[in-house]
Design a protein around this ligand. Structure first.
Ligand code: FAD
Length: 496
């Protein structure tokens, strides 16, 4: 029997999509940059169905691609154009909240739960699930875990990795691993959940997770500040940390061009300040005390920043809707950039103190390749994650046009990314902070990862997925390449 016939027999016809019209929505990524055909799309309703589908694919040697909300931006969640088409498993039908345990501050959810629904379910029990990002209305917990998603809450609560207590996973041989522990301490050998967090669908299908919950803040204070430069933003970060301690829950920076794109391209967004400035920071304080005390602390810290010259102007949200409006500016950046042009996006992690130097050196490096190209910057500054995005406007820029000359643009894009990554590496940073490797950055893995680390990763992959069927061509570089100290031994990636 064929793959589809076997799947239909095991899972029922309604769980297996094959017609062009039905599968089309699963085959392209969020930005429309990557995609390819699938043998079929499977929509399992429970863990046993995932395991049955994986066993069938394994017997027939069909590649397996797990997909969540399909919002990742590095091309790991959609099929590839060439080679054997995968069985794509989308977890959208597995969205049960299996349990919320307030006594132990944990919840067990199925992998297809949308992040916003998890946050909502937690808040109904007066708890916080703190991972928060622009795609939270569509991305799934399984995808968050597979990419170790970061977002705006990392400064205070850590990445997804820090908020997962246990996992349930279907392994490539079809076994179900029930590791849904809800313990805060469990020193019984290797902590295997960490293998799957950030594994991008290469080691198994995550079907459920036990998540860590936190007290739900009852008071919030949010402000928008204009600052003269990234160094002043860091001075303000240190000041907030000193004065406000653990109540500092977000510290997000963007440059003027980034704010301008949001205001230009996303309907309903309004300028937070009367004048335009080169650099902006959104700051949030949150805790379970009283709102006036928190607002007072925010005001006083801003005043001190103004007196020091680290803040040029500021606007403090006076109500819930005003706080939401400031956050909407931050959460609209991806939507705005998608409409503004082709972003040569990078996602670098730096030691926080190195961010200003990184921005300065990366700007020079990009302009050596594409002189004068607009650069938009949006950073989770509190944790040192900078999205440094040279952007080719759709209208074209000098000799490069995002639409007309794709080949020249692609090779310049590749050179630009390599240059930015080299700067991050030189400053003890990383070329990938939160968006994953996907297919976009596999060659950068070869370029920057020590050979011994790649060898360990390949060993684990070979042990769990000896047929190399799970998300082939993603995360791991195609050819093992020895890293040179200069880091220039391979061609970089190009997705434009
Ligand atoms: C507007 C916007 C803003 C964003 N902001 C942020 C941000 O601030 N921080 C951040 O970290 N990311 C951000 N992202 C990227 C993206 O939302 C995250 O990477 C998210 O975690 C992906 O989840 P997903 O469900 O969409 O996964 P997908 O895109 O569907 O998949 C991502 C990877 O995970 C694998 N995968 C998915 N589900 C499973 C599963 N159940 N088991 C095993 N493997 C699986 C896929 O094979 C793929 O390799 C943003 C994206 C957009 C569009």
């Amino acid at each position: 029997m064929s793959l589809v016939a076997q799947l239909q027999t095991a899972l029922g016809a309604q769980a297996v999509l094959v017609s062009e019209a039905e599968v089309a929505g699963y085959l392209q990524d969020w930005r429309g940059r990557y995609g390819g055909p699938a043998a079929c799309v499977v929509l399992p309703s429970c863990t046993q169905q995932v395991a049955a589908a994986v066993r069938i694919a394994g017997r027939l040697r069909v590649p397996v691609l797990a997909q969540g909300g399909n919002t990742s931006l590095s091309g790991g969640s959609v099929p590839w154009p060439d080679g054997a088409a995968p069985m794509l498993i989308n977890l959208a039908r597995m969205r049960a909240v299996r349990a919320i345990d307030t006594a132990n501050d944990s919840m067990v959810v199925e992998a297809g739960c949308v992040l916003a629904a998890v946050q909502q379910a937690a808040s109904e029990r007066r708890r916080l699930y703190p991972v928060s990002l622009g795609a939270e209305g569509s991305c799934q917990i399984g995808g968050n875990i597979a990419t170790n998603a970061g977002g705006t809450g990392v400064l205070r609560y850590g990445n997804t990795r820090e908020n997962v207590l246990g996992l349930e996973v279907v392994l490539p041989d079809g076994q179900i691993w029930d590791g849904l522990y809800r313990l805060r301490k469990n020193n019984t050998g290797l902590d295997l959940k960490h293998l799957f967090i950030g594994s991008e669908g290469t080691l198994g299908v995550i079907t459920a997770a036990c998540l860590k919950l936190h007290p739900l803040p009852t008071a919030q204070a949010v402000a928008w500040m204009a600052v003269p430069n990234p160094a002043a933003a860091l001075d303000m970060l240190a000041l907030f940390q000193r004065r406000c301690g653990a109540s500092l829950s977000a510290f997000e920076m963007m440059n003027g061009p980034q704010l301008d794109y949001v205001l230009e391209h996303v309907p309903g967004r309004r300028a937070p300040l009367p004048a335009s400035y080169a650099w902006h920071v959104l700051v949030e304080l949150a805790d379970s005390g009283a709102e006036p005390a928190l607002t007072g602390a925010l005001q006083e810290t801003l005043q001190q920043g103004l007196a020091q010259g680290w803040v040029l102007d500021a606007s403090l949200a006076a109500s819930g809707p005003q706080r939401a409006a400031l956050w909407a500016l931050r959460h609209s950046v991806s939507q705005a950039n998608k409409q503004a042009g082709i972003g040569l996006s990078t996602d670098c992690a730096l030691p926080v103190s190195a961010v200003p130097e990184f921005i300065e050196r990366a700007t020079l490096a990009v302009h050596r390749v594409m002189p004068g190209l607009p650069i938009i910057i949006v950073a989770h500054l509190g944790d040192g994650n900078v999205h440094f995005i040279p952007l080719i406007p759709f209208a074209g820029f000098g000799p490069w046009s995002a639409v007309a000359d794709r080949q020249a643009t692609a090779s310049a894009a590749s050179a630009v990314r390599q240059a930015v990554h080299a700067v991050a590496h030189a400053l003890s940073g990383s070329f990938s902070a939160e968006h994953g490797i996907g297919q976009l950055l596999t060659q950068e893995m070869a370029r920057f990862k020590p050979a011994v680390e790649l060898a360990m990763m390949r060993g684990i992959k070979g042990l769990l997925d000896p047929q190399q069927l799970f998300n082939p061509g993603r995360l791991f570089p195609a050819v093992a390449t020895t890293r040179t100290s200069a880091g220039t031994d391979v061609e970089g990636t190009s997705d434009e």
